[in-house]
Ligand binder design. Structure first.
Ligand SMILES: Cc1cc2nc3c(=O)[nH]c(=O)nc-3n(C[C@H](O)[C@H](O)[C@H](O)COP(=O)(O)O)c2cc1C
Length: 153
């Protein structure tokens, strides 16, 4: 029998991760969402994955825009993570933003970003895994924001 979801949260919460601001661009505009279910899937060909809850507005927006960017947050960007982890309209005010290839917002002050074309959608229960082909990216200096045991480190 499967373990309950609370125990799964606690166990997987012991797996320390970085934190990203997942962004997308679609017809009506742009959207951002905090995400840590992120993985480098393949190098040949280059592929990355982000897992998104089907209930989140980000899910429909990535499906529409067929692109996404992952911005790896810096240690002092906890406020950005909190701001984009709240359901509903997202506030990009005060952020230094640019765009790369797809038009998804790129955070100038993040420690790295990867800008992707959506190439596949893999089903996973109440989430879908969006597989992206990176078409632009950059690495910058700085320490990462860490998420562990449900807290920022
Ligand atoms: C540290 C952290 C990581 C998160 N990672 C994910 C994730 O990988 N996938 C996901 O669907 N939601 C994730 N969430 C939850 C979303 O950020 C949250 O549900 C958000 O409010 C969704 O907004 P939306 O419904 O407007 O798209 C995470 C939240 C936090 C605080």
């Amino acid at each position: 029998m499967a373990i309950d979801s609370m125990l799964q949260r606690q166990v997987m919460g012991r797996f320390a991760t970085g934190v990203t601001l997942l962004t997308t661009r679609f017809d009506e505009g742009v959207l951002g969402m905090t995400a840590n279910a992120v993985m480098s899937l393949s190098l040949e060909p280059p592929l990355v994955v982000v897992s998104v809850d089907k209930k989140n507005s980000m899910h429909e927006c990535v499906m529409r825009g067929k692109c996404f960017a992952l911005n790896m947050l810096r240690a002092d960007q906890e406020e950005i993570s909190r701001r984009f982890a709240i359901s509903g309209p997202k506030d990009f005010s005060g952020l230094r933003l640019t765009a790369a290839e797809t038009g998804a917002p790129i955070l100038v002050d993040a420690i790295a970003y990867v800008d992707c074309k959506l190439v596949e959608i893999l089903p996973g229960g109440d989430h879908d895994m969006f597989v992206g082909e990176p078409i632009a990216g950059e690495v910058r200096e700085g320490e990462p924001l860490i998420f562990f045991g449900g807290e920022y480190r």
